[in-house]
Ligand binder design. Structure first.
Ligand code: ADP
Length: 401
């Protein structure tokens, strides 16, 4: 139904414009991520080699290149998120989440960052009134908490403290507060820091872009909540978000934490010369992945630079795992996957999508189509290795049944 006073043609036109803008931004994101994959991938490999071949001075320079690469990637991701929120093309999938678990899984991710600066992170979740649950999108809630936690560390002093608490602020509202002992924010700047690209004058850090808090506010609002802060200069800040409370019985089967425990233990015995086929048209990306796989014990790689050759090799070699670039000439990754799934000889081989397209809708589409995992370029080498090992172990287990 159209709202009174709006012209249906106009509404349709602006919807199409928004979709076109979103597709254009997705394309730009892809164009940034593709070269970043080489920059970050090869610097990570150089760092792994560094003990033997690089001087300390050279290692520091590589470190700086890597840091700048991840920073640029973060900036691209934040800008894309912000624009898809503005274009109203962002998708929010609300689920019932346990507050305690959401907080702990986010803290786990920032723990290394806190340790580097000797910062203690503690939690305090009110359990007087049964477990606390909220209604929120799990990925987006994690993104919000990570943004607040990263800031609480970034703008803190060495040896400082961060506390995350969860409590009922109203009978049907849960408040999560991230407090720090950092520089604090002047009162007259507190409202403005939620505006895009605005930064406080008393808390500056080289790794900042001024988009994080804007995203926090927009995402929490989209999930039906509010944000706010209290802060005193020189003493610290407390950023809070409020989300609708949920009841335990509304809990669905969503598994929030990735189960990766034990992977290293199985690494040696489970991968016995497993063959991974990589179908990719970029020689640089093929070289990068080949170097990563050649360092994994018991795994080897074959590669194909065209979809046709990839399908032939899949038939002939029956690899244990296929890595498939989505953006291939003549036939895209989805068409290749379809051929693999239709063929009795290849239909059971797990296929991982590798792509520089990283919009949530790209990932959902790929998983719906039958890809077992979606790995975004630039590749995080450790996560990439872990995904390969997990799938190879699964695959081995399925074959043994
Ligand atoms: P960024 O950290 O990338 O600059 P944000 O949007 O996350 O961008 O934050 C905007 C500004 O708010 C920061 O530049 C900083 O000046 C201030 N700020 C955010 N969080 C804190 C904090 N915990 N303590 C002090 N200042 C903060």
């Amino acid at each position: 139904m159209t709202e009174p006073g709006t012209n249906p043609d106009q509404t349709e036109k602006s919807r199409l414009e928004r979709l076109a803008k979103s597709a254009f931004l997705g394309r730009i994101g892809h164009e940034f991520r593709t070269p970043l994959n080489s920059i970050l991938g090869f610097t990570q490999l150089l760092q792994q080699d560094s003990a033997t071949s690089l001087s300390i001075n050279q290692q520091k320079k590589i470190d700086n290149i890597e840091k700048a690469g991840w920073h640029l990637l973060q900036l691209v991701n934040d800008l894309l998120d912000l624009t898809s929120i503005e274009n109203e093309t962002v998708e929010i999938h609300i689920a019932t989440l346990m507050v305690d678990a959401s907080i702990s899984s986010s803290i786990e991710l920032i723990d290394p960052l806190a340790r580097q600066r000797n910062i203690t992170v503690s939690t305090e979740v009110d359990k007087n009134d049964d477990e606390l649950y909220v209604r929120a999108d799990p990925t987006r809630l994690k993104q919000v908490l990570l943004n607040l936690l990263t800031n609480a560390i970034k703008y803190n002093k060495d040896g400082g403290q961060v506390n995350v608490s969860g409590e009922l602020s109203k009978p049907d509202t849960v408040r999560i507060t991230v407090s720090d002992t950092g520089s604090g924010i002047a009162e007259n700047e507190q409202a403005a820091i939620f505006e895009p690209f605005t930064r406080g004058s008393t808390s500056l850090h080289p790794d900042g872009t001024g988009i994080g808090l804007t995203l926090v506010m927009e995402l929490v609002t989209l999930m039906g909540g509010n944000v706010g802060l209290t802060s005193r200069l020189g003493e610290g800040s407390s950023f809070w978000i409020e989300l609708p409370r949920a009841k335990k019985h509304e809990m669905n089967n969503f598994e929030e934490t990735e189960n990766v425990a034990g992977v290293d233990l199985f690494l040696n015995e489970s991968i016995k010369q497993d063959l991974i086929l990589y179908i990719e048209d970029s020689p640089l990306h093929t070289q990068l992945v080949n170097e990563i796989i050649s360092k994994m014990k018991g795994a080897k790689m074959a590669s194909a630079s065209t979809p046709q050759r990839g399908l032939e090799l899949a038939q002939a070699l029956r690899p244990n795992l296929i890595l498939l670039d989505l953006c291939l000439p003549e036939m895209d990754g989805y068409a290749v996957l379809k051929c693999l799934l239709q063929d009795r000889n290849t239909m059971n081989i797990p296929v991982i999508a590798l792509s520089a397209n990283a919009m949530p809708e790209d990932i959902e589409k790929a998983l719906r189509s039958g890809f077992r995992r979606f790995i975004t370029k630039p590749i995080d080498v450790k996560k990439f290795e872990r995904a390969l090992v997990e799938l190879l172990i699964d695959e081995g287990a399925t074959k043994r049944v």
